[in-house]
Design a protein around this ligand. Structure first.
Ligand code: 5AD
Ligand code: SF4
Length: 467
């Protein structure tokens, strides 16, 4: 460890897995003497943790690098070095090209090599322009150190835990199988150890992450392969873990044990993110989704037969190549059938190297925009109706962040809605019963209803960006 702490700044784009990865990058570089800062201009090492899922990702990175070049230059005039690192899925996809186009980049590192960061940073200090986009044989997670107690406390009582990475589904629109590689699951022993440590450091809620999280099939403690339901059950037995969530699931991998877990496990929150992408069989087929519209609707009905009180969320793509108005209406129809509590929706964006990018009959931009507006209007109507239906109900809320005003705290309902509550005598990390009294556009407002249910936080969560 060097004497004077150096500062690192990580800017993450895209999905929650990148948020988790950003934390692990801080954890792996902290023994090297790096401290996280939220001030980019003050950082000795800047990481752009990039996302490649939709359009303009690459251009966005280059324009960010343009701004960074100026910062690097200005700091250089003051005699300070700035190491620029490009990580994440654009790094994986573009590799050497990044260094060729932006000579000021010191290091390009793909998501499978984060455990090598200390060594790669040293190499880049000696000779800038290092590129590592290998899929190494060693287990990245076995080499990534755990977060310190102080950093876990600062990150708050709700934590992410990557249990599975990569995808073998090859939906024709998606870059993930190329950037994150093939599906791999972490062993349960390693995950339970990480979860136990997080719980000891005040974490009360875990969101298990994976591009295809419900395809989880990791080595279990009994030498057998565990599925996600089995893993969730073991995690629920850890002292202090009160709530479990998981995302993102694929309809093909939704097994009955997982559905039963939604009925039987009180820790498993009644929320399911299950993307359908399109409601048209023709388009689903062209997308290589490996399920039909009816498969999806029947699946939702079946899950609801196990757990009727379930908020369903989804992802939708409009304007996939060849999508007609009739296909699009099939998507609207699925939405009407399911009733979504929340959703993410996107215009189809051709990704170089994916099969759909080369399909003829790409849909015009104006048509995509018009369909997206109609789709989002319907989804928003459903979201507001769902939020309204929660007024008057009482939920257990994990207070996971400071509120917007003095004495207020924020948390999530079991259905993942943001909830604000006046609770001057409570603290982040408490779980409390809250009666929902109203709503604003994006959140619910509630009041304390009864006693504090659980206040197990070992110390107050600091909830700052740096620690
Ligand atoms: N264009 C638009 N949306 C996409 N997604 C993935 N690839 C694309 C693409 N090429 C969306 C899907 C996926 C979510 C994470 O991003 O809906 O579920
Ligand atoms: Fe991409 Fe499809 Fe895999 Fe999801 S299931 S990560 S959309 S290829």
């Amino acid at each position: 460890m060097s004497d004077t702490p150096k500062k690192m700044f990580v800017k993450s784009f895209g999905c929650q897995m990148n948020v988790y990865d950003a934390q692990r990058m801080v954890d792996v570089l902290s023994p090297e003497g790096y401290m996280e800062t939220d001030n980019q201009a003050d950082a000795d090492l800047v990481v752009l943790n990039t996302c490649h899922i939709r359009e303009k990702a690459v251009e966005k990175v280059y324009s960010d690098l343009g701004r960074l070049r100026k910062i690097k230059h200005a700091r250089g005039e003051d005699g300070k070095d700035t190491m620029v690192v490009v990580a994440g899925c654009v790094a994986q996809a573009e590799g050497k090209e990044i260094v060729r186009r932006a000579g000021m980049v010191d290091l390009v590192v793909g998501p499978q090599s984060y455990h090598r960061l200390p060594e790669l940073v040293k190499q880049a200090q000696a000779k800038p322009g290092v590129v590592d986009t290998e899929f190494p044989l060693e287990d990245k997670f076995a080499h990534l150190p755990a977060a310190s107690r102080q950093r876990t406390l600062a990150r708050g009582p709700s934590a992410f835990l990557t249990v599975q990475e990569g995808c073998d589904k090859f939906c024709t629109f998606c870059v993930v199988p190329y950037t994150r590689g093939s599906e791999t699951s972490r062993g349960a022993g390693q995950l339970l150890a990480e979860a136990k440590r997080l719980a000891e450091d005040g974490v009360r809620e875990l969101t298990l992450l994976g591009q295809n999280v419900n395809a989880y099939h990791g080595g279990g403690l009994d030498g057998k392969t565990w599925n996600l339901a089995r893993l969730l059950e073991a995690l629920a037995n850890i002292d202090g873990i009160e709530r479990l969530r998981y995302t993102t699931s694929h309809p093909r991998d939704m097994d009955e044990e997982l559905m039963a877990a939604h009925r039987d496990m009180p820790q498993l929150m009644p929320y399911l993110h299950l993307p359908v992408q399109s409601g048209s069989d023709r388009i689903l087929n062209a997308m290589n989704r490996q399920h039909t519209r009816m498969d999806y609707l029947q699946l939702i009905a079946k899950i609801r037969s196990y757990q009727p009180d379930l908020a369903v969320s989804g992802d939708f793509i409009v304007g996939f190549p060849g999508e007609t108005e009739a296909d699009f209406r099939d998507t609207l129809n699925v939405i009407e059938n399911v009733g979504y509590a929340s959703a993410f929706s996107f215009k189809y964006s051709p990704r170089p190297g994916t099969p759909a990018a080369d399909m003829r009959n790409q849909v015009a931009e104006e048509v995509k925009a018009e369909r997206l507006a109609r789709l989002q209007a319907l989804l928003e109507e459903q979201r507001q109706a769902f939020n309204t239906s929660c007024i008057g109900r009482t939920f257990d809320i994990l207070l996971d962040r400071p509120g917007r005003s003095e004495g207020q705290l924020g948390g999530r309902s079991p259905y993942l809605q943001a909830v604000h509550v006046d609770a001057p005598h409570l603290k982040v990390g408490d779980i409390v019963s809250v009666k929902v009294t109203g709503k604003s556009t994006n959140s619910l407002v509630g009041e304390l209803a009864g006693a504090l249910l659980l206040s197990p936080a070992p110390e107050a969560h600091i909830m700052e960006a740096s620690a």
